[in-house]
Design a protein around this ligand. Structure first.
Ligand code: PRP
Ligand code: URA
Length: 206
């Protein structure tokens, strides 16, 4: 299911990021901050369990998270959302999924993967700022499913309808979270209006 997280702070920060005159430092900082704001909403349905603890006053029952959380950035651009998410969920483990999109064919090419233990019992949050054709995210979801993950969320900043459609077709069990659903893809597979090449803007590359 698609969830567009609509919040004035997220809209404001995304506007800064979309502006072509925004430099690397501000782009990176705003991405990180949006990651932190989005994760509060994304984790709303995490399972909890009751445990017994002792406050300074008495014994009581209280809730704690029931399952481990794994944040899985798609390299490179997904890295830009990790520290914002970890600032809210500091106990999360971090997987890494290395993937690049061929500029001509727009096909995803995985080149690296590394996971923590117990993927099968974890809530896995795949993060990538851009959901364009959806090829990279769909491939990343396949990869974490091969590791046994069944509770998967896909968190992107900006999505195109084409990418949302692909994920909904291939992985209907995965909830998609966006800060904005944009209009369409251009002939080079870039999101319109979008924000350009997220990886290059985060890392200052060309
Ligand atoms: C970008 C982006 C996504 C992918 C989206 O990464 O960060 O991973 O493209 O496109 P898709 O939905 O059509 O697959 P890119 O391959 O440019 O790598 P980078 O993060 O290293 O810049
Ligand atoms: N990857 C990006 O970084 N930006 C787009 O608009 C599409 C894919």
């Amino acid at each position: 299911m698609l969830n567009v997280i609509d919040h004035p702070l997220i809209r404001h920060k995304l506007t800064v990021m979309r502006d072509k005159n925004t430099g690397t430092k501000d782009f990176r900082e705003n991405l990180d901050e949006i990651g932190g704001l989005m994760v509060y909403e994304i984790t709303r349905d995490l399972p909890t369990k009751e445990i017994e603890i002792e406050t300074p006053i008495c014994k009581t029952k209280a809730d704690t998270l029931a399952a481990p959380i794994v944040v899985a950035p798609i390299l490179r651009a997904g890295l830009g959302m990790v520290s914002g998410i970890l600032s809210i969920v500091p106990t999360a483990k971090v997987a890494h999924i290395g993937m690049y999109r061929d500029e001509e064919t727009l096909e995803p090419h995985p080149y690296f993967e590394k996971y923590p233990h117990h993927m099968e019992e974890s809530t896995v949050i795949i993060v990538d700022p851009m959901l364009a054709t959806g090829g990279s995210s769909a491939a990343a979801i396949d990869m974490v499913k091969k590791q046994g993950a069944t509770n998967i969320k896909l968190v992107c900043l900006v999505g195109a309808p084409e990418g949302v459609k692909l994920i909904e077709e291939l992985h209907p069990d995965v909830d998609i979270y966006l800060a904005a659903l944009d209009d369409h893809l251009n002939e080079k597979g870039y999101i319109v209006p979008g924000l350009g090449d997220a990886g290059d803007r985060i890392f200052g590359t060309k």
